[in-house]
Design a protein. Structure first.
Length: 301
């Protein structure tokens, strides 16, 4: 992500001068960051590095409020390892939001977590705040919740969102950039197809936060990455290959009627990118040359 020290200093000065929403580069979501929080260089949002507290933004397809409530319902969250303790519907920026406070994980590794969904202009704002311990103190919880209630939204700017990504890529005639998620994921789809259409072909490029695994563990890491996104994926074949100067593991898989192909790319710098192509059998065969063209074009800006 392009972010200079001078710009960071300017943001911190502005935050100290007056409480006002600050927006990470390319983001349609902003908030008034608590004292000590700075824009993250790893994701779209803010973090306090000393306490390992994070507030992460993601722009998702638009949905009615009832659907947002269903997304954050306790039974659904429980399947993701999150125990919901309280759900409220506060007014945030003049809009009704859904806010869940709870716990993620068990025992000594449990984290305090807040999940908030808020309808925006043509998108849904999804904000996640985490503390590396549970329970949070009253002071910590108050700080996080005040920040969440200060969330402000603006119209998405696809060009700015693309420029803020930590990688660059080329489009093709049938694969156009449709938006970014969490400041680290790009989504490409055929022109005119909505990201809310789960049957549409798509290619996602994601910058991984974790360090690259050892060479002997790369195949397993690739399978784990695929199943973390598509739990019912059935891997049919795999291959190791080079993409320019980078090593990669490619998996071919099936998930119901959709065909998948994933590239887990390990650059010389130690960074990892995950690229996932998915489409119906007919569309996949037609678009595979363009999926591969986009993958070959990926580079650091």
């Amino acid at each position: 992500m392009k972010f200079s020290v001078a710009l960071l200093a300017l943001w911190l000065t502005a935050a100290g001068a007056a409480a006002q929403p600050l927006f990470p580069p390319g983001s349609a979501i902003g908030l008034e960051p608590p004292s000590g929080f700075v824009p993250s260089l790893a994701f779209s949002g803010f973090e306090q590095r000393e306490t390992r507290t994070a507030i992460i933004f993601a722009e998702q397809p638009p949905a009615p409020l009832e659907a947002l409530r269903a997304s954050l319902a306790a039974p659904r969250l429980a399947r993701q390892g999150i125990s919901a303790e309280a759900t409220t519907t506060p007014r945030v920026g003049g809009r009704e939001a859904v806010l869940v406070r709870g716990r993620q994980g068990e025992g000594g590794t449990a984290r305090a977590i807040w999940l908030m969904m808020l309808p925006g202009q043509g998108f849904t704002a999804f904000v996640t705040a985490t503390l590396p311990r549970y329970p949070a103190s009253a002071e910590e919880a108050g700080t996080v919740e005040r920040a969440l209630l200060s969330v402000a939204l603006r119209a998405p700017d696809p060009a700015a969102a693309r420029a803020a990504l930590p990688f660059a890529f080329d489009e093709t005639p049938n694969l156009r950039f449709t938006g970014a998620m969490a400041g680290s994921v790009a989504v490409l789809m055929p022109a005119g197809r909505s990201s809310a259409d789960l049957t549409a072909p798509r290619l996602s490029i994601a910058s991984a936060l974790q360090a690259a695994p050892r060479e002997a563990d790369r195949r397993r890491a690739a399978e784990d990455a695929l199943r973390s996104t598509v739990p019912n994926a059935r891997v049919d074949s795999s291959a190791s290959l080079r993409l320019g100067t980078a090593e990669a593991v490619m998996l071919r898989a099936q998930a119901g009627p959709r065909r998948l192909q994933q590239w887990l790319i390990f650059s010389e710098s130690g960074a990892t990118l995950r690229v996932l192509a998915e489409a119906s059998e007919r569309d996949f065969t037609r678009l595979l040359p363009e999926f591969e063209q986009v993958v070959a074009s990926i580079r650091r800006p």
